[in-house]
Design a protein. Structure first.
Length: 139
């Protein structure tokens, strides 16, 4: 189940154990909260590869799951923020209307892919930046 609410960016809540997606559109943040046991398979694969390249196979399973739970919302925040910034201005009202309906994540993904001409490049670039930032922080 998705929970969506708006708050001004100067009054956003602290990080919680629930995943949240941070979307910036004008002066408003949108948070979508998902239970921590839900990590998209593609995201899990990306993050597991990142952890393996950084730490090898020496991470205990419980710690690895905790690290995945910590990294997933950060990655999702970066992706959503990048996509919001890449969204052409003429679709911002349509995006706001979509968000008011508390859409499923797949609907939001479809919206971005259909309204941002270079959405795949934005996603790829964001993943690369996240990957490089994490690797550089661990050195």
């Amino acid at each position: 189940m998705v929970f969506c609410f708006k708050q001004t960016k100067n009054n956003y809540p602290q990080h919680t154990p629930l995943f949240f997606y941070l979307c910036y559109n004008y002066d408003t943040y949108y948070y979508f909260k998902f239970m921590t046991n839900h990590i998209a398979p593609e995201t899990r694969q990306f993050l597991e590869r990142l952890l393996e390249e950084t730490h090898g196979n020496k991470i205990p399973v419980a710690l690895k799951e905790e690290m995945l739970a910590d990294l997933n919302p950060r990655l999702e925040n970066d992706l959503i923020t990048s996509l919001i910034h890449a969204l052409p201005h003429e679709y911002s009202d349509e995006f706001d209307r979509l968000m008011e309906t508390n859409p499923e994540p797949q609907k939001v993904n479809e919206f971005f892919l259909s309204h941002i001409p270079n959405a795949k490049e934005v996603i790829s670039s964001t993943l690369t930046e996240f990957y490089n930032l994490y690797l550089s922080a661990k050195k």
